[in-house]
Design a protein. Sequence first.
Lengths: 236, 389
Amino acid sequence: MTDSTIEIRRLTKAYQRGGETLRVLDELDLHMDAGTFYALMGPSGSGKTTLLNLIGGLDVADTGDVIIGGENLSNYSGSQLARWRAENVGFVFQGFNLLPVLSARENVELPLMLSPLKKRERRAQAERALELVGLTDRMDHKPRELSGGQEQRVAIARAIATDPTLILADEPTGDLDRTTANQVLQLLQRLNRELKKTILMVTHDPEAAGYADKVIHLDKGKLGRIEDNRKLAGKA
Amino acid sequence: MPFHLLFRNVTGHWLRSLLTILSVAVAVFLICVLNAVVSGLTRTVSAAASNRLLVQSAVSLYVDLPMAYQQKLAAVPGVEAICKWQWFGGRYEQDKGGFFAQFGIDAEPFRTSYPEITIAEGSYEEFAKNRTACIVGRDTATKYGWKVGQTVPILGTIFQRTDGQPWQFTIAGIYVSDTPTIDQQTMYFRFDYLRESLEQGGAQGPEGVGLYMLRVAPGADPVAVQSAADALFENGPQRVQTTTEAEFNRQFVTMLGDVPTLMQMVGSAVLFAIFFAVLNTMIMAGRERTKDIGILKALGFSDAVTAGLLIGESLLLCALGAVVGIGLGVALEPAFQASVSAMMPGFAFDRSTLLLGAGLALGIGLVSGIVPGLRAARLTTVAALREVG
């Protein structure tokens, strides 16, 4: 998939909680351009993470369509979604989600095992990704031997190792101090600007959202306003 | 399949893995031992000669038969030779805690009736000529460092010498055996030496004969000989029971109860215990890795791969346990054989026993891995990632 334009059409997702139906996304329509860095904001329970999961093919909508690069994910089976994720999406999570028994290099190499690359090529690509995030000297360290910021950078390296067009980040700076958070956000911004990755980042932090090109606000499962940081910056 | 992740998961929790491997190893070892006991008993029974019948008291093996029965039994049509067997129950003076069997036998019919015995050192002729001579199995001779020509003092427990001294037997030969029916630990001495000592007042103990062995002539019907021998003493003075050697061995083995069934029950209990232990370990491992499973699924790994990692881990632990358990069994086989060969000359960790141990271990590994494996496969990515830890 070379084009990562995202089209959301009448997307609905509900959960059963204590006998009640909780409508997290309510017939949501949204368009996101390829190559743009989006921040997704909203109060708790507004459906941010649910939307991220549906766009990333981690979850399936009740009704509606998620169309990415012309491919309608709603028609995919579980195994087709898994294959699509492996080829097209990189994930960055709040809690880093690295496998603790593997080194930084092995964690980054993991998604490459699903590609046709040979072992030596996988290793070289993992090292390139770690170099890009500035962790050349920590490749053989286990996650517990790294700081929070370093762990998140390994997670970002893992997300870009397969060269996906779309990066989905769920509160990537939620567990980090301000300085480290800024470094991680600058890195995501670089990936967007230099490598033209489409990035969708869920955040509660307005400062983090400031690094994005556009900020999408969700409220009670519906689309709120969309701010264009580039225009705001231009006005300023 | 990310095999390196499978190995790292095993080594990452090395203590738990080690304990699981050791418990599987102990179970495999025990199952091998129990199966070797059952196979040994079966082999001992099935290797019995078809032309040998054994006559014992119908009351019990512990009741002696009169000496006078020999002539009558020898005259039964179809009987080619007859040999007395008398349990001596002595102890080697230098090793009173040790055990090996001693029997008083008739030298000539014994030689012709038990062709499986071969004299490896010394001579059977010397044994047949010398009243106080004996032949000893190689295992016992090796254990005590006995040589041909050496006189060994044996303290009688059933038959005691009146002077309070031990019996002196001169080793005329050291024998080996090529069938499980005859072990290599027993000492055979001449029955007439025992008999004369009792008659001349040099020793005291029960008179009579423990068993008569009847060798059936070629072409004769063993069943007819058996019936005729039993019929001879139908009206006393002491009734006898004549059995084939195989049946006698089987009865001897089951004197303590149904040993094979008991062994199988113990083996099954061990198997179940270890199955639940491994299952518990794998369920714990599966639960601990819920988040890892979510990460793998998010990265695009299939349900089959995430399930395969847990099944593979379980199989690996059990396979390593099987290797250790089987290795332990093979290493300890000579020691086991030395200690049980008197009761069970057929005891051995043969290939089928080792394959059984390995097969059961892998079976446990597979079933124990399937339970958490199925859970991993069924978990949705979102639910797995939501797991805290």
